[in-house]
Write a protein of this length. Structure first.
Ligand SMILES: O=P(O)(O)OC[C@H]1O[C@H](OP(=O)(O)OP(=O)(O)O)[C@H](O)[C@@H]1O
Ligand SMILES: O=c1cc[nH]c(=O)[nH]1
Length: 175
């Protein structure tokens, strides 16, 4: 299997910066924004975008991380174990939520995240930011903010690495 780097560290950071400005433009500032990162790597990307938003807007942007495993349509364990970490839970009612994930593929993770969010409150709006959109959607889901569109074959894989846990920033395509 060969890896091809499609975003190096500098390009990945530029993509996050562009997403940050687009979020600000769309939201007309940072007011009422809450960033929700989907574990695993979406959490780190959400914190990075929030840090940039805070630098630009000089206000605190809440960040929450969610693990959507138990909301997936291929997991039967609905009910008791909702997979939301109460201590991470932030008031999302009437907020403008930006969901953040590293890769958008079939859209099933995002569908699960929407279920998880709506379980804990009724936001004013939910939009979606992804570092990579690789196509192959199986549900009517699209991203509002995209770092890079990378057309892929079904059998390829996009591997996102983040400095915080992988020791480097990169997006690679694995053939
Ligand atoms: O659009 P989809 O088909 O749902 O695919 C995208 C999801 O797949 C990956 O998560 P993965 O399940 O590999 O978990 P991880 O983030 O913890 O590695 C990726 O981080 C996205 O969350
Ligand atoms: O290629 C893919 C598909 C889903 N999730 C990933 O992280 N990469």
């Amino acid at each position: 299997m060969a890896n091809k780097v499609v975003l190096d560290s500098a390009s990945l950071q530029r993509a996050l910066t562009r997403i940050t400005y687009e979020i600000l433009e769309r939201n007309k500032g940072g007011q009422g924004l809450v960033l929700v990162g989907i574990k695993t790597r979406g959490e780190y990307l959400a914190h990075r975008i929030a840090n940039r938003l805070e630098q630009l807007e000089k206000e605190t942007i809440p960040v929450m991380a969610i693990d959507v495993t138990n909301y997936r349509d291929d997991v039967l364990a609905h009910g008791d174990h909702l997979g939301l970490d109460e201590k991470d839970s932030i008031n999302i009612v009437d907020k403008n939520i930006v969901l953040v994930d590293d890769v958008l593929f079939t859209g099933r993770t995002i569908r699960a995240a929407l279920d998880a969010l709506i379980h804990i409150g009724r936001p004013k709006s939910i939009s979606l930011a992804v570092l990579v959109d690789r196509g192959h959607r199986e549900l009517p889901i699209r991203a509002d903010f995209v770092g890079k569109n990378i057309p892929t074959a079904q059998n390829e894989k996009i591997q996102v690495s983040v400095e915080e846990i992988d020791g480097k920033d990169a997006v690679e395509i694995i053939h």
